[in-house]
Structures are given as C-alpha cells and as structure tokens.
Design a binder for this molecule. Structure first.
Ligand code: ASP
Length: 326
C-alpha cells in the first residue's frame, strides 16, 4: 500500500523531474529526499557523442524529443568515416550500400524504411513515412520512389574507403560476424524532453557485406528500437538476426512496464536472449541502451566492449556498458 509520505515523495519527484535542480538542492536536499534525475536526456549506442550533442541542442532549447533523435541520427548518417551508418557505410556483398532506419514519437506513431539505396538520410525518410503516409514501413524501390517524391536527392553513398574494404573482403568472401569487431556501430538514440515526451530512432547500413536484400533488426519497430510514452524506450546494436527473433527492444520496454528499472530490464532481456540462443551468443554481440519516463537510464550487453553516450545534466559522456559475460 502506498503510504501518504511515500505518495507525497513520489508526487514531488514527478513535479521536480523536469524543473530547476538548484531550487531542488536548496529546498529539499537537506530534508533527505533523493535528487530526481533531470530532464532532458539523450542516450545513444556506442560513442556517438556528436549525435547526442546535436540532439541536446534541440532538447536544451525545450525542443521535441522526436526532433532531437532525428537530428542526432543524421550526424553519423552524413559522416563518411562511420562505416556502419549512411554515407560511407560498408556495402553488401554485391557492392551496394543499403540502408535501414526507423523512428517513433511520443504518441506511439512509427515510421520505417528498409533496403533503401542512394539516400543519405534514411531516418528523415522514415519520419516522412510516419507523418505523411498511412503506412509504417516502405522498402527498396518503393521507399526510394517515396523519398524522391519528398525531395530527397539521390547520391552515391559508397566511399573509396568502403569500396576498398569490400574489394579486400571479396578476396576471401567470409561472412563471420565477430564480437565488436565487425563494426557494429549502428546508432540507436533515445530522448526524453523537458515536456516529458519520449522518442527513439535507429539507423544503419546493417551488417557489412551482408547478402543482397538482407534486413536486420534496426528498422523493425520493437526489434531495433521501441518507445512508449507511458513507460520508456530501448534501442540496440548487435547481431540483427538474434534481435529479430526476440524483438529485443519491445521486450525491454515490457520488462519496465512490469516494474523493472531500465538497467534491470536490459539485464533480464539479455539473460533471456542468451538462454534461448546460447550457441549463437557465444560469438555475437548485442547491446541495449534504455531510458524510462522518470529520466533513469540503463545499458547492458552480452559481451564486454559495448559502450554508449549519455547527455544529461549538461554533461555529454561515454560509459562502458556492463555485460553478462566478463
Ligand atoms: N543491428 C545491425 C544489423 O544487424 C548491426 C549493428 O548493430 O551494427 O543490421
């Protein structure tokens, strides 16, 4: 049963979650209340601090979480040095860069594109799918046609570096995902704004040298990313085939709905995935970043080596995630 004192504490925490913390310190800290986590916040898979910075620029001006995650995701998409997202992404085994992305807003609306070629910002196309069509997902030629109709310009996304890497890969043509080595740098990014609106985005060129037509978890709502304004949000990076079979991000959010903290929810989900696919998980990485609507966060991976960027309380920092295997 909720006691009145506890209830009062909870209401105060809610009321101050998005407000001035110096007022909080002066007024309540001495009285023994725990300091609430402050809003806004943004978290992203891997060391994507430039992305969290771009998102923060939106959030710190009281902007919408949806605009923040889109702005963040566009950073690695345009970066030729990022070989697993957008421009500069490693191609499939036939030499084509094919992109996947999805986005979700505070109302639970979602948009997604898969197997999109020659468009640098799939995340913005996914947002247009969400906002301008009655559908959730467009793929391949249809997605490209829609993007062009919306004014996106077609361009070659295969850089010389990515082409060279592909030429080298072709000498042996081995498709062996290796933990944290085969450049799992997919960005999943989640934000909670000062008006308590949540949003998430995920964008990738997928596994390097994949089969033509292969789509992973990243553009699949619930697999690569999921956001629910009543509970929280999760995003991930790692071997898409495992995440597709488990709808990992949906599961994380559902664990939070049942009462788990963001950290616990990520841990329970990783444990469940490893229990179900012990052999595959020996050699494959999966890592989650998670936030809840109270402004708490968590992260967890199967193997060591997964890290994440968090921008909160005015600090843009990278942290190593805890992992199930040491
Ligand atoms: N999850 C992505 C995929 O399987 C890969 C990654 O995280 O880099 O397409």
């Amino acid at each position: 049963m909720t006691t009145r004192r506890k209830f009062l504490g909870q209401s105060l925490l809610g009321a101050f979650a998005a407000s001035d913390t110096s007022f909080w310190s002066k007024t309540f800290q001495g009285a023994g209340f725990a300091k609430p986590k402050t809003l806004p916040l943004v978290i992203a898979t891997w060391d994507n601090r430039k992305a969290t910075q771009a998102a923060w620029d939106v959030l710190s001006a009281d902007g919408r979480a949806l605009d923040a995650v889109e702005a963040g995701a566009r950073i690695p998409e345009a970066d030729p040095l990022d070989t697993s997202v957008g421009y500069g992404g490693f191609p499939d085994r036939d030499g084509h860069v094919t992109l996947d992305a999805c986005i979700m807003d505070e109302f639970g609306m979602a948009g997604s594109v898969c197997f999109l070629e020659n468009i640098m910002h799939p995340i913005s196309v996914a947002r247009k799918v969400m906002e301008k069509t009655p559908h959730v997902m467009l793929v391949g030629e249809g997605a490209l046609q829609f993007a062009k109709e919306e004014g996106f310009k077609e361009e070659n996304l295969l850089t010389d570096v990515a082409k060279d890497a592909w030429e080298k890969w072709k000498l042996k043509s081995e498709y062996k995902p290796v933990i944290n080595i085969e450049r799992h740098d997919t960005i999943g990014i989640l934000a909670l704004d000062t008006k308590n609106r949540i949003a998430g985005a995920c964008t990738t060129s997928g596994m390097a040298f994949k089969m033509r037509g292969r789509v992973g978890d990243s553009p699949i709502i619930g697999a690569g990313m999921y956001a629910d304004n009543e509970v929280g949000a999760a995003a991930c990076s790692g071997l898409g085939e495992i995440l597709l079979r488990t709808l990992g991000c949906f599961l994380v959010v559902e664990e939070m709905r049942r009462g788990a903290s963001p950290q616990k929810a990520a841990e329970l989900t990783i444990e469940r995935i490893v229990k179900k696919y012990p052999t595959q998980c020996k050699d494959a990485q999966v890592g989650f970043v998670v936030i809840d609507v109270k402004g708490r966060h968590g992260a967890y991976s199967i193997h060591p080596g997964f890290n994440y960027a968090l921008y909160q309380d005015g600090k843009n920092q990278v942290f190593e995630s805890k992992s199930l295997f040491k």
